[in-house]
Design a binder for this molecule. Structure first.
Ligand SMILES: Nc1nc2c(ncn2[C@@H]2O[C@H](COP(=O)(O)OP(=O)(O)OP(=O)(O)O)[C@@H](O)[C@H]2O)c(=O)[nH]1
Ligand SMILES: [Zn+2]
Length: 379
């Protein structure tokens, strides 16, 4: 895990890393921050033709509608940064790259192997665009590349743990510190901070009042939304949901709110802002994420299950409109005794977002979409 965490750091800085997959040595670089001549340079370094690894969601945007797995797209050396960006996350690839060219690219697709899957997982964990430049190191270049590793200028990491890096080291969450933090809507609150084993993400359990831990505990799983939670953005309903959850849990006699570092349904703030810009050109919240190469929802709730285990909570009354959260907790061995709706209010800016969640992602938002437009509602 240690090397994986370092690899994420290097990739975020725009540096290449070397993935080790059996006998294969594969140079990997992020699309974000890639220099103009990145493909040519990688070709020279590896002595082979670089390829672009794309997620199945992105492949679908390029016309590979049946893609069930990621694939590798071999690239000519003259591929510049602009073309890479169009291929990896451009909004209108057909228009910009030409349908003939796209069809040709598609015919050249190769199935992804372990190093390619590892590269994509690293990009996701690093909250970068989920597309990677990869190049297999040819035999004549192997020594030179290994020398870079030996002298410490290139980081080598095994592909297998890289592939698993999104699982987040379950059961190894560290409970780090805690304090009493009185809130405007609930005076008696304790913030308990948890850190993932690789140190990259932190999550907070807000214990409101003194819930009976052995009984059914009112619980909210809240995914971070900087724009909504902190600034009251009108594009979503998160800020109101957050505050309504605190009030509601307090009214229920106490419970827990898990504030999870899952900004943008797990794609990170940078990508959420990219997705917002795409939404401004007419796409809905799910299609915008798919253009960028992401699935409808990239969140994993293993950390929430671990936090509940640490707090001794096994039975909950869950405040959510999202059936996936109920399913994820149940799968993690938490008994969801009841679900309780939790709404923000509808406005002209979030109407399309909430409708898409209800119509396309199965969120249970009838109560807010059908007529309750004049303020927050609970049921
Ligand atoms: N990718 C993406 N994320 C968004 C967008 N709008 C809001 N979000 C994120 O969506 C998540 C919403 O979190 P929650 O309110 O906990 O979850 P939910 O899936 O709406 O479910 P409930 O609120 O429990 O019903 C947050 O991480 C937001 O940052 C968007 O347009 N695109
Ligand atoms: Zn939000």
């Amino acid at each position: 895990m240690h090397q994986v965490e370092r690899a994420i750091f290097d990739l975020r800085r725009g540096l290449p890393v070397l993935l080790l997959a059996g006998e294969a040595r594969v140079l990997v670089q992020a699309i974000e921050g890639a220099a103009e001549a990145a493909v040519a340079r990688l070709a020279e370094e590896a002595g082979s033709t670089p390829a672009l690894v794309l997620s199945r969601h992105r492949l679908a945007q390029l016309g590979e509608t049946e893609a069930a797995t990621p694939s590798r797209l071999p690239l000519p050396e003259w591929t510049d940064r602009q073309r890479l960006a169009e291929l990896a996350f451009g909004a209108r690839p057909e228009e910009r790259l030409g349908s003939d060219d796209l069809a040709r690219w598609r015919r050249a697709l190769e199935p992804a192997e372990s190093a390619d899957r590892g590269a994509l997982a690293l990009m996701r964990r690093a909250l970068l665009i989920p597309a990677a430049l990869v190049a297999r190191v040819a035999d004549p270049r192997r020594r030179a590349v290994e020398a870079l590793v030996a002298e410490g200028t290139l980081l080598a990491v095994e592909a297998a743990p890289a592939e698993r890096c999104l699982e987040g080291g379950l059961g190894m969450l560290k409970r780090v510190s805690e304090a009493h933090v009185p809130l405007a809507d609930a005076f008696d609150c304790r913030f308990v901070l948890f850190r993932e084993p690789d140190g990259l993400r932190e999550h907070v359990a807000v214990v409101i009042g003194e819930p009976e831990i052995g009984e059914v505990v009112p619980l909210r799983l809240h995914s971070a939304c900087l724009t909504g939670d902190l600034f009251g953005s009108l594009r979503c309903d998160c800020g109101e949901q957050l505050r309504n959850a605190v009030t509601e849990i307090e009214a229920l006699g106490g419970g827990v709110l898990l504030y999870l570092a899952q900004e943008g349904r797990g794609i990170g703030l940078a990508n959420k802002l990219r997705a917002y810009t795409l939404q401004d050109s007419g796409l809905d919240t799910l299609d915008a994420d798919r253009i960028l190469g992401f699935g409808d929802d990239e969140r994993h709730y293993g950390v929430a299950v671990d936090m509940l285990a640490s707090l001794g909570i096994r039975r909950v009354q869950l405040l959510t409109n999202n059936p996936r959260k109920v399913a994820a907790l149940t799968e993690g061995g938490i008994e969801v005794v009841a679900r309780q709706a939790l709404y923000g209010s509808l406005n002209d800016h979030n109407r399309r977002y909430l409708s898409a969640k209800a119509e396309r992602a199965g969120h249970l938002l009838d109560g807010v979409l059908n007529g309750h437009e004049d303020g927050p509602r609970r049921s």
